[in-house]
Design a protein around this ligand. Structure first.
Ligand SMILES: Nc1ncnc2c1ncn2[C@@H]1O[C@H](COP(=O)(O)OP(=O)(O)OP(=O)(O)O)[C@@H](O)[C@H]1O
Ligand SMILES: [Mg+2]
Length: 261
């Protein structure tokens, strides 16, 4: 039974992490991959992105050892029976405090144990995929998420691509690898790209030079991607034929190929 964990991270806020996590996890589930989307962000955006009430989530799973069936919400009502969501509720704030202050609490180990039950889901022969959305910080929760993941995907808008956020993350990957983690860089994803902007083209060229072969197909700045969460829908159901759906479909295809799914 195989499981692949993809963490979506960038310390910079508002660069499309949650949009990417929601688009990829719903896209994978649609293709038949048993998928678990976990909101590791204390702000708990994903539940509201998908038009859901907050509820028990990551804290209850990792700290209170609640059964996965009690915290995973199947997205059947949304049209994604293969997708389970573990919301990040306000208790994730306490999770961060606990991880930071309690020396006996091993965050990565707790995460790994909490994720273990999902590794038996791939009944149809397809890899189970766990997608972790993270907060714009290098918090203990984020480091724990990075240390249990196989792949890191870094969304970045061209405006912030040159800032130190990506460098710090890549450094964290190296350090975690040295500590025995199985983490590799899956790709850097340019988001909110204006195709008419010469600066944006320039930035993408610079990213390609800095990360050869690792820059994913860019996602343009498109209004449908800002509107979809207001309707509580992923882009595939909000505007299936839109340019936005096309852009994320190209990213999805590339992610499947690179992660060997
Ligand atoms: N390609 C895009 N074009 C237009 N709007 C977008 C695009 N991607 C995301 N958005 C919108 O931009 C806002 C920020 O996106 P998102 O929440 O995905 O970023 P984030 O990196 O998760 O932010 P945070 O760091 O606060 O968690 C949202 O309102 C989202 O709908
Ligand atoms: Mg987010």
């Amino acid at each position: 039974m195989s499981v692949t964990t993809i963490v979506i991270a960038n310390q910079k806020g508002g660069v499309g992490k949650t949009t990417t996590a929601v688009s990829l996890s719903t896209g994978l589930a649609d293709l038949g991959y048993p998928t678990i989307l976990i909101d590791c962000d204390p702000q708990g955006n994903i539940a509201s992105f998908l038009g859901l009430e907050p509820g028990p989530g990551l804290y209850e799973l990792v700290v209170e050892h609640r059964r996965p069936t009690e915290v995973v919400r199947l997205m059947t009502g949304l049209g994604y029976p293969k997708l389970g969501l573990i919301p990040g509720d306000t208790a994730t704030v306490d999770l961060e405090t606990l991880l930071r202050t309690s020396p006996r609490f091993q965050p990565a180990q707790a995460f790994r144990e909490a994720l273990r039950p999902f590794q038996t889901n791939g009944r149809n022969g397809k890899t189970t995929v766990i997608v972790l959305d993270t907060a714009p910080s290098l918090s203990s929760v984020q480091v724990a998420a990075l240390s249990v993941a196989d792949w890191l995907l870094i969304p970045t808008s061209p405006e912030y691509a040159s800032e130190t956020g990506i460098g710090a993350l890549v450094k964290a990957v190296t350090e975690l690898q040295q500590a025995g983690a199985n983490l590799n860089l899956l790709g850097v994803l340019p988001t909110m790209v204006d195709t008419r902007s010469r600066e944006h083209h320039q930035t993408i060229t610079e990213l390609e030079a800095a990360f050869p072969g690792l820059v994913l197909p860019p996602v343009r700045r498109l209004i449908a991607l800002a509107e979809a969460p207001r309707e509580g829908k992923p882009i595939w159901s909000y505007a299936p034929k839109s340019e936005a759906a096309l852009d994320y479909a190209a990213v999805l295809k590339e992610v499947i190929s690179r992660a060997g799914l």
